[in-house]
Design a binder for this molecule. Sequence first.
Ligand code: ZN
Ligand code: ZN
Length: 159
Amino acid sequence: MADLRTQALDDFRRRCKDQGLAFTFQRQVIYEAVVDSREHPTPELIYEQVRQRIPSISLGTIYKNVKTFLDSGVLKEVTLHHGSLRLESNMTPHHHVVCASCKAIFDIKETAVESVRLPTSELPAGFAIQQCRVEFVGVCKSCQTARRKKSKAAKECST
Ligand SMILES: [Zn+2]
Ligand SMILES: [Zn+2]
């Protein structure tokens, strides 16, 4: 795990360099917060994490850096339809499993999904596909547990 993290950080440093972005301590801490959360965090969640290491940082600074990261492509946005900005540190092609309840997003490696086929005839006229992303929607373990507790509590209340 530690190795993967070091590797992610090395990659990030390289991408910053390629894009002419200064690799500052602040940016490193922000990036580490994205990698560590492993759940495609929102800028607000990153802020909560980063604040523990850099107490003087503001949410505005997080937004600004996140925007710089996205504009330069050193980080990616997950998808455009989740209603809020979710960040992606995994730059290799992969798919997602999304919890419909808490909106947690987990990575699934690309090779784990067996061929997805879409006949060209089904595409809107002239549409050029750039990549294929599969999203599996379900309910995560902690949400299931929470639901069970809730329904049990509701039963106990009604008796
Ligand atoms: Zn959930
Ligand atoms: Zn992902």
